[in-house]
Design a protein around this ligand. Structure first.
Ligand SMILES: [Zn+2]
Length: 353
């Protein structure tokens, strides 16, 4: 991003946020039919010393509110103090979707396919353009918080373009066990931000319409780790239990219509041939098993047991090289009360009966 495009993290219209100060500002994104402003609250937190600017956004998909919970947790619990640089926290980006408990904007567009947007474009494109100019163009790095889509849940995983060393470095700093490499869909906030020089990663964790306590803890810990890495927060970063980085993922799909009994949960490590779910008819007649084609980690799963042929059941990440023996050994050594294991236990309640 060139200097002419770059915006001062201290200046928000008439409001100036001073070094060492944290305060709420409002960003006007659109107008109602009656002409009232539609604005989102943003918390701008500046350290006393200069440093990088980082944004953390949530609910770009309006029903994905785990990230909203994480940002509120960071502000309300004062998990850390910013000593250098600026942290921009936006708990709800897609306010119109959020207020309708919907992923989409009222015109049925996906805001996360409209970036960087245009001030002359559709409603969605104009909203995207304002967010891009006012948040992304102030920032050096970004973290966009998501959940699985409706009727699914995800074990926390970071997604980032690992072919770019600056983005890869930032993604690893988050401290997630699982990193899925890729640039993200065309028009996504992450992809457009990275193309404009703002190294952005996303977290995919948990379900829609929920604020899950361990997902909140995981997201907030990751944000803190990233800020420690950039020298904006004092302290020691927490390391993941293991690391798997891959660009090989696959949705395992149902062969027959029926009702599933899940045998695995998000975060589980599977061997080739391991049973993911058994499929029975509605009257309980056995219709076969869904098995893992290779060794893999369960990234995400459906939470809905009724399926048609082709319905996605389980999203697996496969190691790019070698096997997952080192992961199994690392997980065996974990104590039951560590965050990784509490997360697995909690997320399993959503799928395993
Ligand atoms: Zn999303």
């Amino acid at each position: 991003m060139n200097d002419a495009e770059r915006r001062d993290p201290a200046v928000w219209g008439d409001v100036h946020v001073q070094p060492g100060e944290g305060r709420e500002v409002r960003l006007v994104l659109s107008e109602t039919y009656a002409g009232a402003d539609i604005g989102i609250p943003i918390y701008v937190w500046r350290g006393a010393e200069p440093g990088p600017t980082v944004y953390v956004t949530a609910a770009v998909h309006g029903d994905e509110i785990n990230g909203t919970g994480a940002i509120r947790h960071i502000i309300m619990e004062e998990l850390f103090t910013i000593s250098r640089g600026t942290l921009i926290l936006a708990p709800v980006i897609n306010l119109l979707g959020f207020e309708r408990h919907s992923r989409y904007l009222p015109d049925r567009r996906d805001l996360n396919r409209c970036f960087p947007g245009s001030p002359e474009g559709s409603v969605a494109s104009r909203i995207a353009s304002t967010i891009f100019r006012q948040i992304v163009k102030r920032s050096d790095f970004g973290i966009d918080l998501h959940t699985a889509a409706i009727r699914r849940t995800n074990f926390p995983n970071v997604r980032a373009d690992m072919s770019d060393p600056r983005i890869a470095d930032f993604a690893r700093a988050f401290g997630a066990e699982l990193i899925v490499s890729g640039r993200g869909p065309q028009g996504s906030l992450r992809r457009a931000a990275c193309a404009a020089g703002c190294a952005t990663i996303i977290l995919e964790a948990g379900e829609v319409w929920k604020v899950e306590r361990y997902v909140v803890e995981y997201a907030a810990r990751g944000v803190r780790n990233c800020l420690i890495h950039l020298g904006m927060v004092e302290g020691e970063a927490e390391k993941p239990s293991y690391r798997v980085e891959t660009d090989r993922t696959k949705w395992i799909r149902a062969k027959h219509g029926g009702f599933l009994h899940f045998r695995v949960a998000p975060g589980d490590i599977l061997e080739a041939g391991q049973v993911i779910a058994t499929n029975t008819s509605l009257t309980g007649q056995e219709q076969g098993e869904i098995v893992s084609p290779r060794d893999g980690v369960v990234l995400g799963m459906t939470t809905l047991p009724s399926v048609a042929p082709g319905d996605p059941v389980c999203h697996l990440a496969f190691p790019s090289e070698g096997n997952l023996k080192h992961v199994e050994r690392a997980v065996e050594k974990l104590s039951e009360d560590c965050l990784h294991q509490r997360m697995r236990e909690d997320l399993s309640h959503g799928v395993v009966d």
